[in-house]
Design a protein around this ligand. Structure first.
Ligand code: HPA
Ligand code: ZN
Length: 347
């Protein structure tokens, strides 16, 4: 149960949202690649971009749905070639996350986007892992990696990727499933996820962003997902909502992403309050912040500004949920919960 913190006026509430310690559980590292860094890496690697300037690239970020975003997102990754490039991308995100008082981040990466262009898996994972290690020692941020399979590719390609990744298992904590959801249900990857679970990896999956509630059910029943990424369409199925609440399955919700990709018409229409009211373990996350207009604190502040029904108790609940839903140790969770309560007591 959460303490009953008194409501605060907007300015103080927004300050508290920014200052409170929090975990980020749904961020794609390739989605943190800012246009400025895309151009810097293109110059460094001699990659020719089809956009003339940072401004022209940013102007192309007008998405209508998930696929229209993914086309530009995958094009942006063409500048990532060396271990240093992967380090620089992840480090820039981690510095930004630390500024948002993120104390723990579980970061998705899409190896197939890179191995498919001839970049060795080792190059990708070593660059990212180096940034995570340095974030812990220099920024005090605990950072872990989750390998995502691209669901628009085949089961065989996912199995080959898992085989290639397993020698590096000490560098990542779990597997996930992302990319084009419709037409690619979770069950397509049943054997891949079974093998990952046998190796002791955590399991999460994107489901119910554009796809129907049945995809959330099969992510749970077939893949044995421990968390659902997005999951907002669960609201269409009251039995599923009841199950998610009963089993305390976390949903990693990404409000700015949902609006940019047309899942909701506006933040004011987002179902976050309904999901919280239903007793679900919901968290707020940034998804692809370089593309969707904001990092974690921006997601929190804009969402709370658009939905006045959200106040101090919901802020505490979301941060508390982010620790509960994480794959961190119990002692880390206890430490972060104490810091959370201290931040609220000061507010
Ligand atoms: N959905 C599916 N795939 C993705 C996303 C997303 O929101 N972001 C990056 N890859
Ligand atoms: Zn995502």
């Amino acid at each position: 149960m959460h303490p009953s913190w008194p409501d605060l006026p907007p300015e103080r509430l927004h300050r508290l949202l920014r200052a409170m310690p929090k975990a980020e559980l749904h961020v794609h590292v390739e989605g943190t690649l800012e246009p400025e860094l895309i151009f810097k890496l293109a110059r460094r690697n001699g990659v020719v971009l089809t956009y003339a300037s940072v401004g022209a690239l940013r102007a192309a970020y007008a998405f209508t749905d998930l696929q229209s975003f993914l086309d530009i997102y995958y094009a942006g990754t063409s500048v990532l070639c060396t271990e240093q490039d992967f380090f620089d991308m992840a480090w820039a995100y981690l510095e930004r996350a630390a500024a948002d008082k993120v104390v723990h981040a579980e970061i998705f990466f899409d190896p197939q986007t890179h191995t498919g262009r001839g970049v060795p898996f080792a190059t990708v994972i070593q660059g990212l892992e180096h940034a995570c290690r340095r974030a812990h020692s220099e920024l005090g941020v605990s950072a872990k990696l989750i390998l995502c399979f691209l669901r628009h590719l085949s089961e065989a390609e996912a199995l080959a990727t898992l085989d290639e990744a397993l020698p590096w298992q000490h560098h990542f904590i779990g597997v996930g499933l992302d990319s084009s959801e419709l037409g690619h249900p979770p069950e397509k990857f049943a054997r891949v996820f079974a093998r990952a679970r046998e190796r002791g990896l955590h399991v999460v999956a994107h489901a119910g962003e554009e796809g129907p509630p049945e995809y959330i059910r099969s992510a749970l029943d077939v893949l044995k997902a421990e968390r659902i990424d997005h999951g907002v369409r669960c609201i269409e199925d009251p039995d599923l909502v009841a199950r998610l609440a009963r089993e305390r399955v976390p949903l990693t919700v990404c409000p700015l992403s949902n609006v940019k990709l047309g899942v909701f018409a506006s933040l004011a229409r987002h179902n976050l309050p309904a999901l919280l009211d239903a007793g679900l373990c919901v968290t707020v996350n940034s998804d692809d912040p370089a593309y969707f207009g904001g990092y974690l604190n921006q997601n929190l502040v804009e969402t709370f500004a658009a939905l006045p029904v959200l106040n101090t108790r919901q802020a505490w609940q979301l941060a508390s949920n982010s620790f509960d839903a994480s794959f961190a140790t119990d002692s880390e969770k206890t430490r972060w919960r104490e810091a959370l309560d201290a931040a609220f007591a000061r507010a």
